[in-house]
Design a protein around this ligand. Structure first.
Ligand code: FES
Length: 159
């Protein structure tokens, strides 16, 4: 683990510690600290990067097969609840059709996380937005070729 990773993890732990008294569910803490879907899908079929007014960002990557989400991963520069929300959205999306994924929204993500306090609810909205934008990207480009600029942008290896 390099210095940057260590500092990031330390910052997340401090933030989590600060927020544990504010009613965060065990699922939020688990997803926020150990998000199993954190990473990149190389040459994704759908991709989006969204940001919130607070400065948090989520980048969502989808691989599609037979009209369903085969793989969903994300990266984020954001707080624990943003990471937890993105983890929830990507976990909920896997195996679903585009139409089924469009039903994943702020409310269903909050339910999946066993709730979020008021000041963190927009994190779930941001995660839903990232998923929907990635689906839109897939819908727009599924008949075309993978765009060169995105291929370059997303050429990092899957983690
Ligand atoms: Fe703003 Fe999570 S705190 S998106």
């Amino acid at each position: 683990m390099d210095d940057k990773e260590t500092k990031t993890k330390q910052a997340m732990l401090e933030m989590l510690f600060e927020k544990t008294g504010k009613g965060f569910s065990p699922k939020v803490m688990q997803f926020g600290i150990r998000p199993g879907r954190y990473g990149v899908v190389s040459q994704p079929d759908g991709h989006a990067r969204v940001s919130s007014d607070c400065g948090d960002t989520i980048e969502m990557f989808l691989r599609m097969k037979d009209g369903r989400v085969e793989e969903a991963k994300f990266t984020s520069e954001g707080c624990v609840t943003t990471v937890a929300s993105a983890q929830a959205a990507s976990e909920m999306a896997v195996g679903k059709t585009v139409r089924e994924c469009l039903a994943i929204n702020q409310s269903s993500i909050m339910d999946y996380l066993d709730g979020l306090p008021g000041e963190s609810r927009h994190c779930a909205y941001l995660a839903a937005l990232a998923l929907h934008r990635a689906l839109r990207d897939y819908a727009i480009h599924r008949k075309g070729h993978w765009r060169t600029q995105d291929r370059q942008k997303c050429s990092r290896e899957e983690s």
